[in-house]
Structure formats: structure tokens, C-alpha cells
Design a protein. Structure first.
Length: 108
């Protein structure tokens, strides 16, 4: 199951407040990597409505939408937030490949 830390949920809600969009949800999208050595790539988007078949996760005051493919790729992953040394969200995904040295000139 995909989880969201309390710190990430708070940071998402603060962002939504700062944008005046607290009625929106956050859609997290995961796509398979472009070659055998790359793990998934991720995107975060704001949306008002879920789509049919979406998984809906309630994290604090924020709703998270995941489509079926993203839900499968993010199973066992965690969304977290850090404010040092660089502020931002990150996804810890134990299922993602992290070899990074395939010597094939790809996205490594």
C-alpha cells in the first residue's frame, strides 16, 4: 500500500493553502522507466475530481489520487518531504530499480 508521511501530508496541505486550492486533490502518476536500468518516473498534479478506478488515499487534510498503473508501481512506496538540505517531496520506493550503472547510455 502507498503511504504518505505526516510531514508530507502537512507540506502538501500548506502548498494547497498557499495556492488557494484546498479543495483540490493531488494526483501522483508513476511511469515505468525508459530502459532496463531506470526505475519509475513520477509526477504530481492538482485535480478536483478522481477518475473511475482511482485509488483514493486520505492523508491528513489532503486527498491523493492514484490511477491503477501508478497504484501498482507505488505499492509499498512512501511519499515524504524534506526541508534540508533541499526542500521538496520524494518517493521512497523499494520496488524501484536502482542499479544506475548499466553502461548502456540510458537515463542513468
Amino acid at each position: 500500500m502507498f503511504t504518505v508521511t505526516e510531514r508530507a501530508a502537512q507540506a502538501l496541505y500548506q502548498f494547497l493553502q498557499s495556492e488557494g486550492k484546498t479543495e483540490y486533490a493531488v494526483r501522483i502518476v508513476a511511469h515505468e522507466g525508459g530502459c532496463s536500468c531506470c526505475g519509475p518516473t513520477y509526477g504530481l498534479f492538482l485535480e478536483k475530481e478522481s477518475a473511475p478506478g482511482d485509488t483514493i488515499i486520505h492523508a491528513g487534510q489532503v486527498k491523493i489520487f492514484l490511477d491503477q498503473m501508478s497504484s501498482a508501481l507505488l505499492d509499498e512506496a512512501t511519499l515524504d518531504f524534506t526541508d534540508s538540505p533541499e526542500q521538496g517531496f520524494f518517493i521512497d520506493n523499494p520496488k524501484a530499480l536502482s542499479q544506475g550503472d548499466c553502461n548502456q547510455g540510458c537515463c542513468c
